[in-house]
Write a protein that binds this ligand. Structure first.
Ligand code: CO8
Length: 374
């Protein structure tokens, strides 16, 4: 693998609807109050737990999140529904996630100065796909008029970085000439808006990246991928039991355990040291130290996690420029978070400067790329 592989364009598609902490908390608290009133007897008898109230101040302090985007806002704030109301589309219509993916992909292609004919592989990689088959990537491939092949990948928070790893390998080995990696993160259908501890965490977004050989790149904003590194270690601390087998196990497909749930404290404590160690090992492979890195495009799950990891690496507080945070407006967008940070905070880097892109989350999974501005 001697070929130089580059990222030559990124795209970010942001839904038009957003929900502030205040709006979300007002809806949750109204729901909780109504729930407690209608289950008063069971709560008094100790058969049911009272729903605690949420607070916008807690959310911002504990996570750094102030707002999030929603693909469809309708239904999420309705106390009698507490989930988005997404209209059904027919089999002959573009599916919701494919539509999100196409929006981001078109932006990435334009940024890379590429046409559909320059791409021959599409990877749709995200935390959930809305169906098992046909692959969303193949639907997106058709919608964009790409000749070649496509496949879907699920690696939760590390879906984007792990897909970039595959794209890097495909270009380096010559099995593709141009790869589109797309992350349509439609998280809202899996967020439990009735759960005080997690109702605020997620937002919807789509990101896309063009990966190709340096020799074919035409964009004036190109990053060489110097290397990739991945690690996984099994943990039940972030989990969703949603899946096709529930029909056969007679499980309630809408039960709480079918939605995202986590032991947030444990995740925080276990993942931060893992991520810092992983990044140090990755940099050491190039005889680099954290001081050599100009920009940290870190996973966006929690601002305190990012500060702690940066402090472990740098031995000091990071400033907002070197380790940008997008959580305040986007919230946790699963695998897309570090790609949003990369998309929005890359243009000021000059040739030769280094950056590190890293995801960490469910699995556990950690994926990183060392990038050099060309
Ligand atoms: N309002 C008011 N109080 C609250 C709230 C709330 N909304 N929530 C909790 N509290 C209370 C708690 O009850 C607790 O009270 P007490 O001290 O009396 O027991 C107190 O506040 C502190 O609670 P925590 O210890 O839980 O609070 P933390 O400071 O740990 O913050 C976080 C909670 C923000 C969840 C934090 O632990 C965190 O972010 N941890 C990291 C988690 C993480 O990174 N997870 C990754 C998840 S994403 C992922 O992997 C991808 C999954 C796939 C996508 C899914 C799409 C749906």
């Amino acid at each position: 693998m001697t070929k130089s592989v580059v990222i030559s364009g990124t795209g970010l598609w942001t839904p038009e609807h957003s929900i502030s902490n205040e709006e979300l908390v007002a809806a949750y608290n109204a729901y909780a109050t109504q729930f407690n009133a209608s289950h008063q007897a069971a709560i008094a008898a100790g058969e049911l737990a009272e729903k605690p109230l949420s607070s916008a101040e807690f959310i911002e302090k504990a996570s750094g999140i102030r707002s999030r985007y929603a693909y469809i806002k309708d239904g999420i704030l309705d106390v009698n529904r507490m989930r988005p109301r997404i209209p059904v589309r027919g089999d002959d219509e573009l599916s919701d996630q494919a539509e999100m993916a196409v929006h981001a992909a078109k932006k990435a292609l334009a940024a890379a100065k590429k046409q559909a004919s320059d791409i021959d592989a599409v990877i749709v990689s995200c935390a959930y796909t809305q169906r098992s088959y046909p692959a969303l990537a193949i639907e997106v491939q058709q919608a964009l008029g790409i000749v070649g092949f496509g496949f879907d990948m699920l690696v939760a928070c590390s879906a984007a970085t792990f897909a970039l790893h595959r794209a890097y390998e495909m270009i380096a080995s010559g099995t593709a000439k141009g790869v589109l990696v797309i992350n349509p993160e439609l998280t809202s259908p899996q967020a439990n808006y009735c759960d005080r501890d997690s109702h605020f965490i997620f937002g919807d977004v789509a990101t896309a990246i063009v990966v190709e050989a340096a020799e074919t790149a035409q964009s004036d904003n190109v990053f060489e991928i110097l290397s990739t590194k991945a690690v996984t270690a099994y943990s039940n601390n972030i989990r969703s039991n949603f899946g096709y087998v529930s029909r056969a196990t007679d499980s309630d497909p809408f039960a709480d355990d079918m939605l995202f749930h986590q032991e947030g404290r444990k995740v925080f404590k276990e993942v931060c040291p893992m991520a810092a160690e992983h990044i140090n090992e990755h940099l050491a492979r190039h005889s680099l130290s954290p001081a050599d890195i100009k920009r940290w495009w870190l996973h966006q799950a929690n601002i305190n996690m990012n500060t702690l990891i940066s402090r472990k690496l740098l031995g000091r507080e990071p400033d907002a420029t070197e380790a940008p945070i997008v959580l305040d407006t986007y919230a946790n967008t699963a695998s897309a978070g570090s790609i949003i940070a990369f998309n929005l905070h890359q243009h000021d880097l000059v040739a030769g400067e280094l950056g590190l892109l890293c995801s960490f989350g469910a699995g556990y999974s950690i994926g990183s790329l060392v990038l050099r501005k060309v």
